[in-house]
Design a protein around this ligand. Structure first.
Ligand SMILES: Cc1cc2nc3c(=O)[nH]c(=O)nc-3n(C[C@H](O)[C@H](O)[C@H](O)COP(=O)(O)OP(=O)(O)OC[C@H]3O[C@@H](n4cnc5c(N)ncnc54)[C@H](O)[C@@H]3O)c2cc1C
Length: 395
């Protein structure tokens, strides 16, 4: 037991949310330890995402997502500039067949005082994206792209430079209450802290249970599968084209993103993963799969969206069906133009009644705080999430 050393805060999870929280606590001169089960930071969601700096326009006003995304984007840009991490801020075009939805997002942009947002039609739109098939969309100049894996690694470097500690290969399997402290154990060691913060992403519900909580949600892993367009056709897109996602569905709809390295990412197909870290159809974990498919909330969700789920699976297994969807946004792409790209698995909290939790969710325990839902745009929002958590726990 490493109990000779006591930390002010022990954070479980070395993803972008854990690191951001650690940085904010460090700013208040706290002694912070991060425990990570992998050999590096950003191995899961934080290193396997689309790299979009979201503007915050999509989210319900005054929700955590809306407030923390807008504030987080500001803090993220400051961090990127200070740390000289490359990013591009060239905007995205948001599309939907239902033009009322576009109008209402436009109105929202005004109430959020976002400047430069405009509805583009016909030639105004083709000036931005000459090869797309869309005739009307909303241009949102605040959106951009970055490499969040690089951001997470830089956060870890800054944290360590300021005497923060990160311990790798420490999978947390037990949490107990000590005298005026939390005892957080891996199979190898026990660590002692005044306070525990759970930022374990795909395993955050499990960690909260170890701490004696009985969360009303379960993390359901949805794999986002992507392709990238071959180099010879990467000139077909200038920036990003995004349909408006339906917050009730775990499926985001296929969108196009020109990533920070100039490749065009196309996707996702969103399918239920058969393991919490199931990055391909072959990653199968029997215990986790049984847990997922027998969960009351999952059964309800599955029955509500059975057909949509089957469509997504079909597209996952049938490239031609995928290409057909892509061509609705960008014609001229053929099957052979799409190369597979690494998948990501989204940690999505689902309630017992079968609802996808749209907003970020935090729950307090005894000397602990648990981040129970931090899906997209949590990478954009991470530093604001860290700021929010720090303000709560420092009080
Ligand atoms: C496919 C995809 C695309 C996305 N695109 C975007 C985007 O474009 N823009 C955006 O803003 N957001 C995006 N997101 C969301 C964003 O990536 C996540 O919300 C964010 O990375 C969550 O960070 P995290 O630190 O909570 O989780 P993670 O990065 O998953 O980190 C959790 C960490 O906890 C560790 N851990 C888990 N269990 C234990 C344990 N028992 N003991 C020790 N360590 C443990 C894990 O190893 C992991 O490193 C996307 C997500 C996905 C999946």
């Amino acid at each position: 037991m490493r109990s000779s050393k006591k930390y002010d805060y022990v954070i479980v999870g070395g993803g972008i949310v854990g690191l951001s929280t650690a940085l904010k606590l460090q700013e208040a001169n706290k002694k912070v330890l991060i425990l990570e089960k992998e050999k590096a930071v950003g191995t899961h969601q934080s290193g396997r995402n689309s790299g979009v700096l979201h503007s915050g326009i999509y989210y319900k006003p005054n929700s955590f997502k809306s407030n923390l995304c807008i504030r987080g984007r500001e803090l993220m840009l400051e961090f990127l500039n200070t740390q000289k991490i490359p990013y591009r801020l060239e905007g995205k075009i948001v599309v939907d067949e239902n033009l009322e939805k576009i109008d209402s997002l436009y109105e929202r942009s005004k109430s959020l005082e976002m400047t430069g947002v405009e509805i583009l039609k016909n030639s105004a739109l083709t000036d931005k994206e000459p090869n797309s098939k869309i005739l009307q969309g909303l241009f949102v100049p605040q959106a951009g792209v970055v490499d969040y894996k690089a951001v997470t690694e830089k956060m870890a470097a800054v944290f360590k430079k300021n005497n923060g500690e990160i311990d790798y290969f420490q999978e947390i399997v037990d949490i107990a209450d000590g005298q005026d402290s939390k005892l957080v154990s891996s199979k190898k060691e026990t660590f002692r802290g005044d306070f525990l913060i759970n930022c374990a992403g795909l395993f955050s519900d499990k960690i909260s249970k170890l701490d004696g909580l009985n969360p009303k949600v379960k993390i359901i892993p949805f794999r986002g599968e992507y392709y990238e367009i071959v180099n010879e056709k990467s000139h077909l897109l200038n920036n990003m084209i995004y349909p408006i996602a339906d917050p009730n569905l775990p499926f985001l709809g296929i969108h196009l993103t020109k990533t920070i390295d100039g490749r065009i990412e196309v996707g996702p197909n969103a399918v239920l993963a058969f393991s919490r870290e199931g990055y391909s159809w072959g990653n199968f974990n029997l215990v986790q799969t049984i847990e997922t498919i027998t969960y009351k909330g999952m059964l309800r969700l599955g029955s509500k969206y059975f057909k949509t789920g089957i469509d997504e699976m079909y597209r996952s297994l049938n490239k031609s069906a995928f290409v057909k969807e892509v061509n609705k946004l960008l014609p001229g792409i053929q099957k052979e133009d799409l190369l597979p790209r690494p998948a990501g698995v989204r940690a999505q909290a689902v309630s017992e009644t079968g609802e996808l939790l749209d907003d970020f969710l935090f729950e307090e325990g005894d000397r602990s705080l648990h981040v129970l839902n931090a899906p997209s745009p949590a990478a954009t929002a991470s530093l604001a999430i860290g700021e929010y958590i720090a303000s709560k726990v420092l009080n």
